[in-house]
Design a protein around this ligand. Structure first.
Ligand code: NAP
Length: 358
């Protein structure tokens, strides 16, 4: 607790893709924090970053960096979080972790404030996990429909932005776009690959002028780690441990904002009107759905905004119990930084009225 009597916050990974957006969000939201301490690797120690209008020096990740900290937000790779989150807890902080290190630990709640805020109190390890960005980009809308209709099955395809792979993903797409701009590439087999060469960065294939049906690492039976995260994390957040979830994750040449098609099957028949009413009033959701007027969400319009945008709401052609949706969410805001900021506020000031994404 800082001298102001307000809780002290640490941002671990303040220099990264998520950390950068988190500092903007902390500068924009109602300020509940006393000190905000910025932490990154020793490579970044001494750099100055702006938060709440003040230039703040980055300090290196050490045990002492957590002294006096009440809540520590971790936006670092899995291995770094696995090693250092328990250190922060031992020094007295509650950790809100954005990596994949603790999400499926039964003693760590996986929290989306609009869907399962009550679980934040059950944190025997002193750690609260933030879901992965693909799940987060749809779960607020799906959770609102589940609360009313009772979800029975999900079939999902993602169209994931390159910033989901951090600064390295963004650099890779920008470099590739500069190589292909103004050329006639994309007309013959392998021509983009020949020009891009080894410059595929964190991706398996060229992402400029391309669509890549792969995100993450290989898991059993041909599934990707990202696909397993969407299934396992959706089940945990919704409290539906046996929910059937079929998912295919695809990387597309978008800088920021993940999109998903969602086929959601419910207990009973559903109507589009009832679904639209729920989505139009759900906190953190914007219904933008008028195809006759060309209105549906796209990443180009959604990027930089907080809510989950939903369009193309239809009843499934062959199943009156199912709905089809197209969902977009900024993967760095609600998909990462905003959700961690909301969780941190729930931890630090549990009785404060919640501010959902507007
Ligand atoms: N990008 C997304 O859409 C997204 C969404 C949800 C969750 N996440 C998760 O959030 C975490 C951060 O992702 P990102 O996209 O922001 O990655 P990023 O752009 O690569 O940034 C990584 C951050 O971690 C710091 N770091 C790396 N190694 C470190 C070490 N040994 N000690 C201390 N700090 C270290 C880096 O500091 P330096 O600058 O000093 O190297 C940097 O601040 C990852 O676990 C990722 O899976 C990302």
């Amino acid at each position: 607790m800082t001298r102001s009597g307000r809780p002290a916050l640490a941002v671990v990974g303040a220099t990264g893709a998520v950390g950068t957006v988190l500092l903007q969000i902390l500068s924009q939201r109602a300020d509940v924090w006393g000190e905000i301490r910025l932490i990154a690797s020793p490579r970044s120690a001494g750099r100055k970053l702006a938060v709440r209008g003040e230039e703040t020096e980055v300090v290196a990740l050490t045990e002492e960096a957590f002294d006096g900290i009440d809540v520590a937000l971790f936006d670092v790779p899995d291995g770094v979080a696995a090693r250092w989150a328990p250190v922060a807890v031992a020094r007295g902080a509650v950790v809100v972790d954005n990596s994949g290190a603790f999400r499926m630990d039964p003693e760590v709640p996986l929290v989306v404030p609009e869907v399962n805020p009550h679980t934040v109190r059950m944190r025997p390890r002193g750690i609260v996990a933030n879901p992965n960005c693909t799940t987060l980009s749809m779960i607020v809308a799906v959770g609102a429909l589940h609360a009313e209709f009772g979800l029975r099955e999900l079939v999902v395809s993602s169209y994931q932005a390159v910033s989901g792979a951090g600064h390295a993903g963004v650099r890779t797409l920008r470099d590739q776009l500069s190589l292909v701009a103004g050329t006639e590439l994309g007309t013959g087999p392998g021509d983009v690959r020949r020009v891009v060469g080894d410059g595929t960065g964190p991706f398996t294939d060229p992402v400029a002028l391309n669509v890549v049906p792969w995100a993450g690492s290989l898991r059993e039976d041909g599934w990707s780690s990202e696909e397993m995260k969407v299934r396992d994390e959706s089940r945990k957040i919704l409290g539906l441990p046996r929910l059937p979830v079929a998912v295919t994750c695809v990387r597309v040449p978008v800088i920021t904002t993940h999109s998903l098609t969602v086929h959601a099957r419910f207990e009973h028949e559903v109507t589009v009107d009832a679904a639209r009413e729920i989505l139009a009033t759900a906190p953190g959701v914007v219904l933008y759905d008028n195809p006759a007027a060309g209105e549906f969400p796209t990443p180009a319009d959604v990027v930089g905004t907080d809510p989950t945008w939903v369009g193309r709401v239809r009843r499934a052609l062959d199943d009156p119990t199912a709905l089809e949706l197209f969902v977009c969410g900024d993967n760095l805001r609600k998909g990462a930084a905003l959700n961690t900021a909301q969780i941190a506020e729930l931890v630090a000031v549990p009785d404060r009225p919640r501010t959902p994404a507007p």
